[in-house]
Ligand binder design. Structure first.
Ligand code: ATP
Ligand code: F6P
Length: 449
């Protein structure tokens, strides 16, 4: 039999209900997709709801209910079939099989089926016996599930606890010594790692070890308007313009207003304009080179119009595929994502962080949290003089844009349809945003054209 060259990994979740399996699956998918690794989640609960219907009481999950057991098995098999097809047809790299998989028998079946298709298996078990955490999880996500639509929340919580009891009767924690696995015990208090090898498996395991579920907020702000922004020039290491300095003066009040009594750390890039923007903020600060703006190589210090005149082919290629286009002697957005990976890992580990960085670097980090595709990432709107607040929730992030009413140029260059003239481009480049006034909270449309 010919040996496969491409890696295919199935992450098989293991755990009782409400142990964060879907949460973990969603995070792994978001992280790997952001890195450019083709990843998909197969949620057996969703298959079960489609096959057997919604509003099933806890008795449906009783192992003595043979009818229901058959329907559940059918759902597990359908998800497995789709997962294997996805590997074969879509050439996927990492699939996440999200179900309880709480018996040795079920896991042996999964492993055998997957091995027969040359797919490596990484089991990921979440163990947690803290009643308070489980109840909070049920309130957080289970009561709003389609399974409990129209049902009183207290009755739904009681029913879900009974559902867990049915699973507990037969639940066997991972002890299969020859399996590759990580056990996450009590939300990050302890980890057990067994037979993990290979770059991608280790990467997933390392990522999981950096996650926590404590409440937190992340704020992003670009530096205040710079002298280069005023001159329509890209790159460089310019000082703030007078309006940029006004933004730096206004920033502490806005941050205090939204921070409340939470502790905060401020991260800036190593460039003058972000350090100057943070200068009145009285919090611990760290300057990261990794947060520096996209390196535009030979185009550093030029306007978009000059680039179009001097490097027309490059300019057009960037419009065709902005995520992958690498400036001569510089970087692409794809390079930037890799440069920012350690920052993302640190962001996951920490609680409240304010990052003052640049248009392109913030786009990359924002895309990670907001799950943007690679082709939309380089067009995300990250305006000057605006703070973006992200609050991570169970399966995603809430976002708010706080615009400070100090005028600034608009450096956004929209996606240009083929054969757009340079005159039209110029029009976009010189547009301006908002007039002055007091600090105002507004929500802006997030996505590009
Ligand atoms: P089910 O089997 O019913 O689908 P589940 O195990 O997939 O349940 P989730 O829906 O993912 O559970 O539960 C989400 C909740 O789990 C979130 O509130 C999240 O904060 C919490 N959570 C995340 N990670 C963990 C963990 N390692 N242990 C316990 N809870 C966690
Ligand atoms: O114009 C400001 C700026 O931060 C430049 O320094 C950088 O090259 C550019 O934005 C990145 O935006 P885009 O990728 O849309 O050109």
């Amino acid at each position: 039999m010919a040996t496969r060259q491409d890696i295919r990994i199935a992450c098989v979740m293991v755990g009782l209900p409400a142990r964060g399996k879907t949460y973990i699956s969603t995070k792994i998918r978001r992280y790997l997709t952001w890195l450019g690794i083709k990843t998909q989640v197969f949620n057996v609960g969703g298959y079960r709801q489609r096959l057997a219907g919604l509003n099933k009481p806890h008795t449906f999950f009783d192992a003595n209910n043979s009818d229901a057991m058959n329907q559940r098995k059918e759902a597990a098999e359908a998800a497995m079939k789709d997962m294997i097809q996805w590997f074969e047809k879509e050439k996927g790299t990492v699939a996440i099989y999200d179900a309880t998989n709480g018996t040795r028998e079920r896991r042996a079946w999964l492993r055998q089926e997957l091995a027969a298709h040359d797919i490596e298996v990484l089991f990921i078990e979440s163990l947690c016996d803290d009643e308070k955490v489980i109840l909070a999880n049920i309130r957080d996500v289970k009561l709003s599930s389609p399974d409990y639509e129209g049902i009183n929340p207290d009755d739904a919580a009681k029913d879900f606890m009974e559902r867990i009891e049915h699973y507990k009767e037969f639940y066997e924690t991972l002890t299969e010594d020859d399996y590759t696995y990580i056990k996450l015990i009590d939300v990050g208090k302890q980890y057990v790692i067994n037979k993990v090898h290979g770059y991608l498996e280790s990467k997933i395991v390392y990522y999981l070890m950096n996650l926590h579920v404590r409440p937190k907020r992340i704020w992003f702000s670009r530096h205040g308007e710079s002298q280069f922004n005023l001159e329509d020039k890209i790159g460089g290491d310019a000082d703030l313009s007078p309006r940029g300095q006004m933004y730096a003066d206004a920033l502490p009040e806005l941050i205090e207003k939204h921070l409340g009594d939470r502790p905060l750390t401020v991260w800036t890039s190593s460039m003058k304009r972000t350090i100057q923007t943070a200068r009145h903020l009285q919090y611990p600060k760290k300057h990261w080179k990794a947060l520096d703006e996209l390196n535009t190589g030979v185009c550093d210090g030029m306007t978009y119009q000059e680039i179009e005149e001097q490097y027309p082919e490059d300019f057009a290629r960037r419009d065709e595929d902005k995520f992958n286009y690498r400036y001569r002697g510089g970087e692409s957005y794809r390079d930037l994502v890799l440069r920012l990976e350690p920052v993302i890992m640190e962001l996951e580990r920490h609680e409240n962080i304010l990052i003052i960085a640049h248009q392109a670097t913030i786009r990359c980090m924002y895309a990670y949290f907001m799950n943007l595709e690679h082709d939309e990432l380089p067009y995300a709107r990250i305006p000057l003089h605006t703070v973006i607040e992200l609050v991570p929730r169970a399966y995603g992030c809430e976002e708010k844009f706080y615009k400070v009413n100090i005028e600034a140029v608009d450096t956004y260059r929209p996606k240009v349809p083929p054969r757009t003239t340079s005159n039209q481009l110029k029009e976009h480049e010189t547009s301006r945003i908002g007039a002055s006034g007091e600090i105002a909270d507004i929500s802006l449309p997030v996505l590009p054209l």
